[in-house]
Each structure stands twice: as structure tokens, then as C-alpha cells.
Design a protein around this ligand. Structure first.
Ligand SMILES: O=P(O)(O)OC[C@H]1O[C@H](OP(=O)(O)OP(=O)(O)O)[C@H](O)[C@@H]1O
Ligand SMILES: [Mg+2]
Length: 162
């Protein structure tokens, strides 16, 4: 995803190293809130953060919930493609992981499915923030976060230098 898609005012590119540090910080912040039955990663953005949290917190049971709501930077109606299979009841004791909350639409769907789970993201924008239990870094609503899995290094350098 390159900057010509930008309809948000500010670009916030994140490197693999920054992402890794922030994901570890998230793991430490929730380490005393367990024990956890397992992690539910919200695909696809939650997959890499979930992998880092799983190693840091020594969690081996990883489920997914598959939701799609954006084409590039354009939001459309969220599609629920797959529910978790290992989660029973209201999700008590489960840790839900996503990369960020923006409008909170994705988080609202997931919260509805698992109201008692702990919802953790690395980044949060103000509109989605009330739906998250734990996050690490807040950015303003008009900021677009660029994740390292979506950028090649050259595009990353261009945005970084803007
Ligand atoms: O708070 P919201 O406005 O719902 O936005 C946040 C969601 O949007 C992105 O996912 P996306 O739907 O783009 O799919 P992806 O994770 O496969 O990239 C991001 O990973 C969050 O899951
Ligand atoms: Mg996502």
C-alpha cells in the first residue's frame, strides 16, 4: 500500500523492529492478566502480533477469527469469514489480538462474539479505543499506520522521508 492511496492526513510507518518491540511491550503489559486459555488472532493484521505474543507469553493454542473490512484504505461493510473454533461460551480467559483498532467496527464484531475475552491491540485510534482492553500506542484518528508486511523497504523510506 503506497502513499498515493492516502486519504488520511498523516502517515505513520512502522518498521519490523518497532513492531516487534511494541508487541513485546504489549505482552509484558498483559502478562499479569492471565492465565490464558489461548489466543484468538484477528486475521490478517493480528497474525504477526499474535505470533510474537504467543512466544512471549508461552501460549501454544492459537485460533483465528477472519474478518475483512478494508480495501486498501477504503472501509466497506465488514465481512465475517470465519469464527473461532476452539472458543466456547463468551470467551472468558481468551486473549484476542489485532494489530490496531481504527473505527472500532472490527472490534465491535469480535466483542459481540466473545464479550468476556480480553481484547489487546498494539495501536489504537480514539474512535476504537473504548473497545480495547489493552493497547500500547495511540495515534490520532487522521493517521494511517503503515505496517511492515504491507510495505516494501523503498516505499517505506519514501513515506518515512515525507
Ligand atoms: O477498527 P476498524 O475500523 O474496524 O479497523 C481495524 C481493522 O482494519 C484492519 O483490518 P482489515 O479489515 O484491513 O484486514 P486485514 O487485517 O486482513 O488487513 C486492521 O487489521 C484491523 O483489523
Ligand atoms: Mg485486520
Amino acid at each position: 500500500m503506497s502513499s498515493h492511496h492516502a486519504d488520511t492526513a498523516k502517515n505513520f510507518p512502522v518498521t519490523w523492529e518497532e513492531l516487534h518491540r511494541h508487541a513485546k511491550a504489549l505482552a509484558w503489559r498483559i502478562s499479569d492478566k492471565g492465565p490464558w486459555k489461548g489466543i484468538v488472532a484477528i486475521t490478517r493484521g493480528g497474525l504477526v502480533p499474535a505470533a510474537i505474543l504467543a512466544r512471549e507469553l508461552n501460549i501454544r493454542l492459537i485460533d483465528t477469527i477472519c474478518i475483512s473490512s478494508y480495501d486498501h484504505q477504503n472501509q466497506r461493510t465488514a465481512q465475517n469469514l470465519k469464527a473461532p473454533v476452539a472458543v466456547e461460551g463468551e470467551g472468558e480467559g481468551w486473549l484476542i489480538v489485532d494489530d490496531l483498532v481504527d473505527t472500532g467496527k472490527t472490534a465491535a464484531i469480535v466483542r459481540n462474539m466473545m464479550p468476556k475475552a480480553h481484547f489487546a491491540t498494539i495501536y489504537a485510534k480514539p474512535a476504537g479505543r473504548p473497545l480495547v482492553d489493552t493497547f500500547i500506542t495511540e495515534v490520532s484518528q487522521d493517521t494511517w499506520i503503515h505496517f511492515p508486511w504491507d510495505l516494501n523497504p523503498i516505499a517505506y523510506m519514501q513515506i518515512r522521508n515525507d
